[in-house]
Structure formats: C-alpha cells, structure tokens
Design a protein around this ligand. Structure first.
Ligand code: NCD
Ligand code: ZN
Length: 365
C-alpha cells in the first residue's frame, strides 16, 4: 500500500463484527516524544485528550539521564496539559555508557519512572549520548534484570556499512537476541518494530519480551517516502520498510497476541528541520493516531481487536491497571488538518488532508 490509508468504502469487511461506532477502554501510548519548552506546550494536548497514559521518551537535549531530571520533566509535562486532563506521563531514563546501576535502582523505586531507554549511539534523533555497546552495560543490565524495570530498546545497528533497511534485523541478530538470552529475567520492549523478522522474534519470544508498533508502520511501506517525489514527512526511524514487512506487522498487531501493543512514536519536528538539506527523522501522529490505528485494524477486518492492542496489553505488560474511562470512535469521515501551527515552525500532521473513517468523539485536536 502507498501513502493513502485504506479507503474504508473499499473495505466492506472492515466493520465485521461491530457496529458503526466503537467504544473502547481509554487507550495508552507506550512510546511518545513530547519534546520540551514551546514545542511541548503545542503537542501535549493532543495526547492528553485521547490517551490515559504515555511512556515519554527521554531524548531531550540534554538527555533525561537521572530520576531527578525525569521528575522535573514530568512536572513540565503536567503543567502543559489542558485543564482537567485525565493523563499520566510515565517517565523513562536515557541510558548512557556512564549510567550507574544505582540510578536504575532509584528509577525502580520511583512510582513515576516506568522504563529505561537505550538508544544505540548515533541511531536516531538526539542519540549522540546513547550507548556504544549494550552488551557491555553489564551492571545496568543486571540491575534491570533483578528489579524488573523494562528496558525499552531502539533496535537498530549503527554500523555505517550496514544498509539502512537492514539495521533493525542486524541489531536483533547481533545484539538484542543475545542480551535477551543472557539475562533470563530481563524485561524488554522492542520499540517501534518495522520488519517481519522483528515481529516473528517477538511472537516466539517469552512473555517478558514485547513490542510496540506505530501507525505509520501499519499503514505505509517505504514507497510512501518516494511517492511522486521525496516526502520528508514520511521519514522516520526506523525507516519504513517493504510491503511484506507492513503486512507482517499488521498481522501481529491484529493477532490478539498480547506481546504487541500501541506505541505511536509520535515525534514532532518543525517544518524547517524536516524540509531541509539534512532533515530530521520523525512523524507527528498524536492528533490522529487512534483513528489511524482504527483504519489499519479495519483494513484487516479486526476492529474488535483494537481494544486489546490499544488499551489492555501495554498496561498488562507494565503491570498497571486498565484505564477506567472509555473513548468512542464514531464512524464519521473527516480530514485531519495538514499542520499544527504556521510557517517554518509548523509541524506536519500525519495523514493531514486525507480522509479517515473514524473519529474520536469529544477530543479536540
Ligand atoms: C524520534 C525523534 O524524533 O525523537 N524519531 C523517529 O524518527 N522516530 C526518535 C526515535 O524514536 O527514533
Ligand atoms: Zn521514538
């Protein structure tokens, strides 16, 4: 499939087993970038109005490497939330080569820190302080394995000679699978998986290994980056893959297997930093994410499985209760706006201008 999400009218099986609208437990986003400062204020409302909780990524500048910094960042996020928002940010620490095991133990004791994030150094946006060799972080991995705090993994090798489309598969083979074997109690979320190999690995792995899947990797393949010209707003990391990979991810997400759950990887960048000689990686999907997942699930005739993926399996993995409130997705075709903001600092909204079949009721953009 290409840039366009499936047109619901072409998928008569899409609502099989369901009525025209769908009510589900309020979902959570298990992988989200909120940034800081003025950008944080612009993007947090879209998530806070739709999701009960979100795992907030720590790749700020400087990176969020300590519990103290994470709690301060949490305070800024809460201050930027709309009034009466029913939203809980779950914080993460950014692992560096210098992170001491004592910081992991402190994180495990904090009710507000939910995971430790590893970026292979140089793999993606703001990853220059990331880890040079995960397998060498022995004391940190031992601490994680004994305290049960999950390790959240950006799974791509940074070997310059490795083809960009092979980076996830190679990291899985050379690094991640070995670390998972070596620490039998380590809990791992393989973040934003993009390949059929990653989906198969997680399906076969023990229950302590899970994966998040983004809306763009369920709806688009790599043709979308080159459709009629270069499309910088479809560039994210890990980069979109082949159609066979998209189909494997869609099958995994809609399978009902609790190892796969929602993580938007919504990653806002301003227009000037995307439409540039060396553009940033990241797709801003928060305002349309739930609707985009609904399109993907409808295309597979699996809307009845959206609730598990969006609202239950992630909470179960993190040992948290399901949200008490519910959201309603009405069958009400609409077109999201193209942009959040104006001019050079505008942020392109994923699927902006396209026709979506479902809309979250009572949630402004
Ligand atoms: C993310 C960002 O911009 O922070 N970008 C992206 O393409 N997904 C970083 C990340 O999750 O890789
Ligand atoms: Zn991310």
């Amino acid at each position: 499939m290409t840039e366009n999400p499936p047109d619901a009218a072409e998928h008569p099986g899409a609502t099989r087993g369901s009525s025209a609208s769908l009510e589900i437990t309020r979902p959570d986003d298990w992988h989200l970038h909120l940034r800081d400062g003025a950008l944080l204020e612009r993007v947090v409302p879209a998530t806070a109005r739709r999701f009960g909780r979100a795992i907030v990524m720590p790749n700020l500048v400087p990176a969020v490497t300590t519990v103290e910094a994470a709690l301060a960042y949490r305070g800024r996020i809460l201050a930027a939330c709309p009034e009466n928002a029913d939203f809980e940010p779950l914080m993460t620490l950014y692992l560096t080569d210098e992170t001491p095991a004592s910081e992991i133990e402190a994180a495990a004791k904090s009710p507000h820190v939910a995971g430790i994030k590893v970026y292979p150094r140089g793999a993606t946006t703001h990853s220059s302080e990331g880890v040079s060799d995960l397998a060498a972080c022995v004391s940190v991995l031992e601490a994680l394995a004994s305290c049960g705090l999950p390790l959240l993994v950006h799974g791509e090798t940074t070997a310059p000679e490795c083809d960009v489309f092979d980076r996830e598969r190679v990291y899985l083979e050379e690094t991640l699978s070995k670390v998972i074997d070596r620490y039998p109690t380590l809990r791992v979320v393989f973040e934003h998986i993009t390949t059929r190999e990653a989906a198969a690995f997680v399906r076969e792995a023990p229950a302590r290994v899970a994966a998040t899947i983004t809306p763009q990797h369920l709806l688009l393949n790599r043709n979308a980056i080159f459709e009629g010209g270069l499309r910088p707003h479809h560039y994210c990391l890990p980069v979109l893959k082949r159609e066979r990979d998209r189909l494997a991810l869609l099958a995994a997400a809609t399978s009902g297997d609790p190892s796969f759950f929602l993580g938007t990887d919504s990653a806002p960048h301003t227009r000037d930093s995307k439409e540039s000689d060396c553009g940033c990686a990241g797709i801003y999907s928060a305002p349309v994410a739930l609707e985009a997942y609904a399109e993907a699930f409808a295309s597979a005739g699996a809307l009845d499985r959206l609730e598990g993926f969006a609202s239950c399996f992630g909470a179960d993995f993190y040992g948290l209760p399901h949200n008490a409130s519910r959201v309603r997705l009405a069958e009400q075709p609409w077109s999201p706006p193209d942009w959040n903001g104006e001019g050079e600092s505008a942020i392109r909204v994923f699927l902006g201008g396209q026709r979506l079949r479902y809309r979250v009721e009572d949630a402004r953009l």
